[in-house]
Design a protein around this ligand. Sequence first.
Ligand SMILES: Nc1ncnc2c1ncn2[C@@H]1O[C@H](COP(=O)(O)OP(=O)(O)OP(=O)(O)O)[C@@H](O)[C@H]1O
Length: 354
Amino acid sequence: MNTNQVNLPVLSIQDLSISYGAEPVLSNINLAIQKADIACVLGPSGSGKTSLLRAIAGFIEVANGSIDINGQRMSDSNSIKPPNKRSVGVVFQDFALFPHLTVQQNIEFGLGKLSRDDKQATAMKYMHIMGIAALAHKYPADLSGGQQQRVAIARAVAPQPDILLMDEAFSSLDPTLREQVARDVREIIQQLGLTAILVTHDQQEAFAFADKIAVVANGFLQQFSSAYNLYHEPTSYFVAKFIGEGAFIEGQTVERAKGWFAKTALGEMRLSGDDYSHTPTVKILLRPDDVIHDDASPTKAIIKEKHFRGAFIRYELSLSPSNEKVLCFAPSHHDHSIGSSFGIRAEVEHVISF
Ligand SMILES: Nc1ncnc2c1ncn2[C@@H]1O[C@H](COP(=O)(O)OP(=O)(O)OP(=O)(O)O)[C@@H](O)[C@H]1O
């Protein structure tokens, strides 16, 4: 085996465009998923996440570019291999279990080529892994949403596909359970050494589930990176706004002996780039934890909204005189009323600006 084969991504998407008729949905998508990667496609409603998943699974054609699985061409603008000829397991949003088959029969269904005994043994193995062995002879209608989801995952992974694709697979679950279930399923996927891609619009779910997240919006792949990098090193204004909480304030760029700074309503901040001579103003991202409640600070901000969150209060503040909005998490014993003001200062380790 040569080095190229070792490093070959399980999924390679090149210059991919998807359209419905003349309507483009996604353009110029490039994405490589390595073996045992657990990835997410995250984006707002209508951004094309499901379309991307459907193209990978072979349910829809691609307008341009290509999709390869383990180096084999699956789709390009001239050809498409059908879903059953590509090694993918799909978990649909509504789970799509066969209502007239028991749990065990649902799982055995995809194991076409195996003998009857091997089918049974394989179904049993995955029912045990997913913790649903006791439900083997029940029908889908008699299961809770969480149990149905486990059956759907067992059915998708039992044929040992190269890639497990999950479309909003947690969204029908109770919101309080969702993150925990996402973490549990992640653990099983890791133990099985599977390569998985989850489509979701829910950031917390994406953070709990994936090592790397592909943010899609406005027809393009905006960034493909870890949750940490998307939050701390967003490469576009969209990702900075979309991931986590934050607000933007304006800064006037100015060159000092130590480099470029931005003059803002919260003082001067050191910019990370080398040259702003053609950029008179920048938008600076302030996360709520960049804005510190400090009674001694001469900079006061007016409280517009407050939300009690237990250990802390999330304040929405208005700066004077610019009226710019910033967010601040203050310990909840600092309980101030809407309309009053308190002192704040910015403590930004690494300034993100656009
Ligand atoms: N079969 C179809 N025919 C025509 N247009 C479609 C079809 N399926 C989706 N679209 C359109 O393509 C765009 C992307 O849809 P898609 O379902 O991929 O987005 P999504 O990000 O998964 O959205 P959501 O989070 O709301 O499910 C939308 O504007 C949608 O209306």
